[in-house]
Ligand binder design. Sequence first.
Ligand code: AMP
Length: 571
Amino acid sequence: MIEKMELLDVDKLIEEFESMTKDAGNVQRETLKKILEENGCAEYLQNLGLNGRTDPESFKACVPLVTHNDLQPYIQRIVDGSSSPILTGKPITTISLSSGTTQGKPKFVPFNDELMETTLQIYRTSYAFRTREFPIENGKALQLIYSSKQSKTKGGLIAGTATTNVFRNSQFKNTMKAMQSQCCSPDEVIFGPDFHQSLYCHLLCGLIFHEEIQFISSTFSHSIVHAFRTFEQVWEELCADIREGVLTSRITFPSVRSAMAKLLKPNPELADLIHKKCLGLNNWYGLIPELFPNVKYIYGIMTGSMEPYLKKLRHYARDLPLISADYGSSEGWIGANVNPNVPPELATYVVLPDIGYFEFIPLKENVEEAKPVGLTEVKVGEEYEVIITSFAGLYRYRLGDVVKVTGFHNLSPELKFICRRNLMLTINIDKNTEKDLQLAVEAASKLNTEEKLEVLDFSSHVDLSTNPGHYVIFWEISGEVREEVLEECCNCLDRSFVDAGYVSSRKINAIGPLELRVVQRGTFQKILNHYVGLGAALSQFKTPRCVGSTNNEVLQILCNNVVKSYFSTAF
Ligand code: AMP
């Protein structure tokens, strides 16, 4: 029987979003009320003396701002199987492992049906706006998505990355169908036990359905760049599989093999076509539209730590629109990209006022004393740290992200993601954020372009083992670069940190010369493998841009793979 597909009503979704954002203040009050009513019996809230009050004023007076560390003992009891209401009224049965790429190890956060529903809500909202600008036909999507291992905690709860919990939920598939965004790969590939094998099969499925693919997506855009970099290595093998209709022996998992066998038929014409197209490309420029003639856009989170991959993504995508996906975290979603026409560098996210209760700590003032303000009280042009109160047991939780308010959509703010707050290069009075590092790397890597070489990935570290301490920047680059160019890159990096504290410390040698360490090809792949080994999924992977001494294993991977190092002579 052919299933009748119910498509989403785009106009209705947009209308609902418009009316909700026009009433953002009231919707926030109502949302807080709902969260507190549903979870009022939870031990955590009971102990704070709210006594049934659900208004924002009482909430702020009784409930402290917290970090993940503060909630860790409560979450641990849930993980260990306590069934009493600890953080939520209804017991938590699933745990998300946040990517942990910033802290070094994954954190546990609660996941529940409400979080699932808000995830789908934000997917539907941005889809509605996206599809109005870039309509898609009823085809397929090459979704470069991967699941982590789902395990059981000691207490019997299901634990996996948040994206895994979402992909495994039956509602995910239904929503993708309703959004005409069905993944071209079978479930066995998405949930395959080895991401290298899944990646290969995703590419193969994409090629098999190449004319039907409407868009290419991933959670974070790093996965798209990673996939096409892999394509450059394996394209001949992919062609051979398509020609013969037989999957390479490198794919070893029986479930993946049998799922792929159902799709793979000998198709020498397609193999020839792909072969010809690949040989006709200059340095793989425009690879995506060549392979997938009906693709309308590329979709994935492209802001924040994903920005450095945009250049490569544009190279593969030629003139296809790049659309940044929404803003959220394992802890909860925050905002949707409702302006898909805007290039990713300028992408902003409108907060959905009914998916959580949001507060913002102004960063202009002295942090310790700064009082958080409500969603509708934020000011355009100012930067804030985001605080979430969610339907999944987090109350006034400091997410650690810095955002800038760029405007309002009706009464709900539009946020630009700036950086992680704790990712900071600092030795004494200097303060450089992830964003500052990103800009420095961007400036220095421009010196490389004449040589046609690219910085494939980068990270940093504060080395205090020298006296004075100094910044270390790790680069993985493609090919050989002349010594003089790298020396100049090193100086340029040093000069590009324009923070007054840094510059003055450098001038008086209170901070030593910046060091550029070039690492072997494949080093960042080793880091990725390391995180995947810890239970992270490729879907949520973010290269750690600053590696502290406590993240010893990653630091060791970087340090053990250094091939050359340069010290700045800029000061
Ligand atoms: P995870 O720890 O895997 O749940 O990742 C959540 C974090 O990813 C957020 O706290 C942000 O730092 C980052 N992130 C999520 N969405 C975006 C976005 N649209 N732009 C930039 N960074 C994002």
